[in-house]
Design a protein around this ligand. Structure first.
Ligand SMILES: NC(=O)c1ccc[n+]([C@@H]2O[C@H](COP(=O)([O-])OP(=O)(O)OC[C@H]3O[C@@H](n4cnc5c(N)ncnc54)[C@H](O)[C@@H]3O)[C@@H](O)[C@H]2O)c1
Length: 326
């Protein structure tokens, strides 16, 4: 089977490694020519996945058309704002019956389209499967165990993808709930900011953090249900699992955003410190909009927003949370 990748970033390289380790040849397009060069000559990707040896069966190229035209299964691992401009010009190269696998988390500003929807529009001739869950690439690429969900309409497609990525330490489970899986992967970022705020504000109570995450999960479920997804999806790997991994991970940019806000920085200071405002900030605005639109009360998300806008100090938010949200 011909397997292609678009993007040898942190996640793309880690999943390509899983596939290559199972004995499949992988041809991967990468935006940065220095990465292409290093993967092919030294079998390393020190920019995006340092310290991990890559097999020779993983070949990188700057020829995107070649990758798309030759792939029976095409994994996509670039950030969502790049999808249309990168893949649009080569979309007709993908043959019918090919499968597109989205590793991308995000939502398009304005249209609120999720990556699988954008990919279905770019590749109307193909079916799309989504892989999501608590899958921090820097962990599973070192062989540490991880579980993920595969979401798609056809069981046969899901089996086809599982066959490529499942190993002894990386296991997938199936669901038909694409909406629930993709929105869970987006919304958890908001609550990772919230938990970061607690730590930044010096909250040491595990009881409190547990209450916070429990309410966060409930809000995620309410929003996902309103959007047409299933609450049980939120309670499994793509929701609860990813929420825990993101909210507790020291590598999470969204959690870091919260920590800095909790320590008293404003958004401008955070941007200077981090170089960028993480995705969860925009997601929070989307959630507030969705809450209004579908009449879903989301007091936890609102309280995080009030800290960001400077309306409420982090410590007051913590006290209010126990009084109002539990
Ligand atoms: N890293 C993880 O642990 C992880 C886990 C699950 C899901 N994801 C998702 O995978 C996606 C990619 O994340 P990542 O962490 O691998 O990011 P990354 O920054 O490590 O890699 C991004 C990729 O995009 C490419 N790129 C950069 N500029 C581009 C441009 N202008 N046009 C086209 N491509 C460009 C890069 O070369 C690289 O291949 C995101 O949607 C992320 O949410 C990441």
């Amino acid at each position: 089977m011909e397997v292609g990748f678009v993007g040898l970033g942190n996640m793309g390289t880690a999943v390509a490694l899983l596939v290559a380790q199972k004995g499949y040849g992988v041809l991967a397009w990468e935006y940065h020519s220095s990465v292409v060069e290093e993967v092919n000559s030294r079998h390393l990707n020190s920019r995006f996945l340092p310290g991990v040896a890559l097999p020779e069966s993983l070949v990188a190229t700057s020829d995107l058309g070649k990758v798309v035209a030759s792939s029976q299964v095409l994994f996509i691992a670039i950030h969502s704002p790049f999808l249309k401009d990168t893949l649009g010009p080569v979309s007709s190269y993908l043959s019918e019956n090919s499968l597109v696998v989205s590793l991308v988390k995000g939502v398009e500003e304005g249209s609120l389209k999720t990556p699988s929807r954008i990919l279905r529009e770019i590749f109307p001739q193909a079916r799309v499967v989504v892989l999501s869950g608590p899958t921090v690439a820097n962990e599973f690429s070192y062989g540490l165990p991880a579980g993920a969900v595969l979401a798609g309409e056809s069981k046969e497609d899901l089996h086809r993808v599982a066959f490529l990525v499942d190993t002894e330490f990386f296991r997938t489970r199936f669901t038909g709930d694409v909406i629930g899986v993709e929105w869970s992967g987006v919304l958890k970022n908001i609550y990772a900011i919230g938990l970061g705020m607690m730590d930044g504000a010096g909250v040491r109570s595990l009881n409190f953090k547990a209450a916070f995450l429990t309410r966060a999960l409930q809000e995620m479920g309410d929003l996902v249900s309103a959007l047409g997804g299933r609450r049980e999806t939120v309670h499994y790997l793509a929701g609860l699992g990813d929420l825990i991994a993101t909210a507790l991970s020291e590598h999470s940019h969204n959690r870091r955003l919260g920590e800095l806000l909790g320590q008293g920085m404003d958004l401008g200071e955070v941007e200077k410190e981090m170089g960028v405002i993480p995705e969860g900030y925009r997601t929070l605005k989307v959630a507030l909009y969705l809450g209004e639109k579908y009449h879903v009360p989301i007091p936890v998300a609102r309280s995080i927003w009030r800290v960001i806008t400077g309306e409420v100090p982090p410590k007051v938010m913590v006290n209010n949370f126990i009084k109002l949200a539990v």
